[in-house]
Design a protein around this ligand. Sequence first.
Ligand SMILES: NC(=O)c1ccc[n+]([C@@H]2O[C@H](COP(=O)([O-])OP(=O)(O)OC[C@H]3O[C@@H](n4cnc5c(N)ncnc54)[C@H](OP(=O)(O)O)[C@@H]3O)[C@@H](O)[C@H]2O)c1
Length: 307
Amino acid sequence: MLGLVTTLNDAAPVELRELPEPQPQRNEVLVAVHAFSLNRGELRSVRNNGVGWVPGQDVAGVVLKQAEDGNGPPAGARVVALTDEFGWAQRVAVASHRMAVLPDTVGFAQAATLPVAGLTALRTLRHGAPLLGKRVLITGAAGGVGTLAVQLAARSGARVTAVVGRTQRAVGLRDLGAREVVEGIEQAQGRFGLILESAGGASLAHAVKLVEPKGTVVVYGNSSAESTALAFADFRGAPNSRVQSFSYFYSEAEDRFAPDLALLVSLIADGSLRPQIGAERSWREFTPVAEQLRDRRVAGKAVFLVD
Ligand SMILES: NC(=O)c1ccc[n+]([C@@H]2O[C@H](COP(=O)([O-])OP(=O)(O)OC[C@H]3O[C@@H](n4cnc5c(N)ncnc54)[C@H](OP(=O)(O)O)[C@@H]3O)[C@@H](O)[C@H]2O)c1
């Protein structure tokens, strides 16, 4: 089969190569991958994990073979799945508890946006529950996690302020449920019960000044790669607020992956979650799209079709 393999060549960081077929463990389902999405974090792991590695966490496709232990969906089921690696290939073996079945109305490209970004959006927002009536600030709102988080927060009754880096990035965010869109976190007014912060550096320092007493800043990324200095006095206006670190992978038990993926799929199916696919291309065109994502030129998610 074919798969995308890391090269450490900046001009073509991955290339299509012949690979051995996956050999599923007893608890693993064999999936024919139809689409996968690219996460900002994967841009880093492509660079850092050395030559000859097959990346890929977010896949959608069709089950070729049910897990030997009898768990998980049967052959022929359309699924979305979270893998640790090896997903950028024609076939991948995935643990049966890390997937959800797709109804016919949910496309492979839409579903492929969900695993890392959707679970991150859903689970970071849980730190602010209940969201009804709560002011929620979302940095990186035009990105993969951000466009999903804006919608999930708004649907849960939150009053969402979306932060973007420049005017063009604001397009469509109000339609997704943002009450206001600000260019730069410094423009946000008032205080917020929940802040989702992924830019880091000066953005995180400012976020701490915007949180409500007993509110929460969820720190789930550092896209700027800048560090932040914090002092006790920064929390003076918001006593007992907290800064909560977050990893989508470890935030909940392993057996919660399937139900959370199923929840996200059901929200797409009922029309209340609309994944924003800013780039949808053949996996043969990986490099230019990866550059667009790196340069903050993809609105929402970048999805690749395994054609
Ligand atoms: N902890 C976890 O479990 C977890 C899970 C998923 C993602 N993450 C992290 O969360 C962040 C967002 O992920 P994503 O997939 O949504 O990424 P993405 O699609 O690339 O979106 C990132 C957004 O951040 C904004 N941003 C602000 N400052 C930036 C900077 N200096 N460099 C790049 N972007 C900047 C950009 O918005 P503008 O262009 O409007 O400025 C962009 O829309 C990433 O850092 C990722 O590694 C963490």
